[in-house]
Write a protein that binds this ligand. Structure first.
Ligand code: CUA
Length: 156
């Protein structure tokens, strides 16, 4: 009886996790172009936000002297000469914050020319995590309830 209630509760929770409306739409998988302008000693935009799983084409445009753009954690390295943009595509498959740094000596403050790539987790992925955690918790609770139930039967 107790097991049936536990099973019903976890099934209901699972349905909520699966069916509840997600605030943001699923990220497009077709790809997105992100243009980053570089000038001594900053990137514009300085922070790039993408969704996990998105295919990104990064375009680096140097506006004054030659600049580089290295994406920590993804190993993407671009070098752009003024008037000649550089581009590279990659799939943002790891979530987190990744440092962007200039990889070409461009002046006295070159070491401080930094930016940030933020890869945000996407909705469907968190749903999958939620269902996995619920399934594990439900299984454990179900088994424990079964064991204590059996013990009580022995005692009575
Ligand atoms: Cu820009 Cu080094």
């Amino acid at each position: 009886m107790r097991r049936a209630i536990i099973l019903a509760v976890f099934l209901a929770l699972g349905a909520v996790v699966l069916l509840a409306p997600w605030p943001s739409p699923a990220p497009p998988t077709t790809g997105r172009e992100v243009v980053i302008h570089a000038r001594q000693y900053a990137y514009t935009p300085g922070v790039v936000r993408v969704s996990q799983g998105e295919r990104i084409t990064m375009v680096l445009e140097a506006e004054d002297v030659t600049h580089g753009l290295y994406v920590d954690g993804y190993g993407v390295d671009l070098v752009a000469v003024p008037g000649r943009p550089a581009r590279a595509s990659f799939v943002a498959d790891r979530e987190g914050k990744f440092r962007l740094r200039c990889s070409k000596v461009c002046g006295s403050l070159h070491p401080f020319m930094l930016g940030e790539l933020i890869v945000e987790p996407n909705g469907p992925w968190w749903r999958a995590v939620g269902v996995t955690i619920l399934t594990a918790a439900g299984t454990v609770t179900y088994l424990i309830a079964g064991r204590t139930g059996a013990r009580q039967e022995v005692r009575s």
